[in-house]
Design a protein around this ligand. Structure first.
Ligand code: ADP
Ligand code: TYD
Length: 207
């Protein structure tokens, strides 16, 4: 049996990941491809508890503690959800993965890249997504879109300068892995982006 495909959705808050992940799910349903939709941090009961602490916590969290909690959730997620699904031959659509740690904890919070690379190697030495869709919007556009949210979480409360650093770190990550990470201009209309997502998914299907 062939291994399923692992597709991740990335971008700063407000870039449109959730909107387009829902579209990708519809496309896979239409193609009758068995798939699992999941997210990070989260995706398992333990991971969702860690997510609540990370997103909702009123108490201070050191930037490296934050990174360790996210990778702890990820290790459990790989074990319980991602690897079993791929081994069954299901595709996995995941709202964020390790690129987000390089972007938010690395770019945003300033955790040294070497430490994040060590955590990446520890947590998933042999696995990378088959395809990463990076929805790219400026920090200002992202901010404007999340400003409509009534109760922003710990990350969404950050300012434009934080999101500009997060975006720059995503771009660095994309330059280092251009075969895997595809940039999609998140400023385009939802209809145009849908077409691009569809093209990318069908290329992966044919591989
Ligand atoms: P994310 O999951 O990346 O934080 P969402 O998919 O929740 O972002 O989108 C944030 C907001 O921006 C939503 O109100 C959504 O309808 C809107 N949105 C998403 N993509 C676009 C787009 N291409 N053009 C205009 N608005 C968009
Ligand atoms: P997000 O995925 O944007 O969910 P929602 O759209 O429901 O707000 O929220 C998760 C937050 O977690 C997001 O602000 C970024 C942050 N995050 C990190 O800082 N590092 C990571 O490695 C991951 C996966 C997420």
């Amino acid at each position: 049996m062939t291994r399923g495909r692992f597709i991740t959705f990335e971008g700063i808050d407000g870039a449109g990941k959730s909107t387009h992940l829902a579209w990708a799910q519809q496309l896979l349903q239409g193609m009758q491809i068995k798939h699992v939709v999941t997210r990070e941090p989260g995706g398992t009961p333990l991971g969702e508890q860690l997510r609540e602490l990370l997103l909702g916590s009123g108490q201070p969290i050191h930037s490296e503690t934050e990174a360790l909690m996210i990778f702890a959730a990820r290790r459990q997620h790989l074990e319980e959800v991602i690897q079993p699904a791929l081994q069954r031959g299901d595709w996995v659509l995941c709202d964020r993965f390790t690129d987000a740690s390089f972007a938010y904890q690395g770019g945003g919070r300033g955790v040294p890249k070497g430490k994040l690379e060590a955590l990446e190697t520890w947590t998933h030495p042999h696995l990378q997504p088959d395809l990463t869709l990076f929805f790219d919007v400026s920090a200002e556009v992202g901010r404007e879109r999340v400003a409509r949210i009534k109760s922003p979480d710990r990350f969404e409360r950050e300012g434009v300068a934080f999101f500009a650093r997060v975006r720059d770190a995503y771009v660095d990550r994309m330059r280092a892995a251009p075969q895997r990470i595809t940039r999609i201009d998140g400023d385009k209309s939802i209809a145009e982006i849908r077409t691009e997502v569809e093209e990318r998914l069908s290329q992966l299907w044919k591989k």
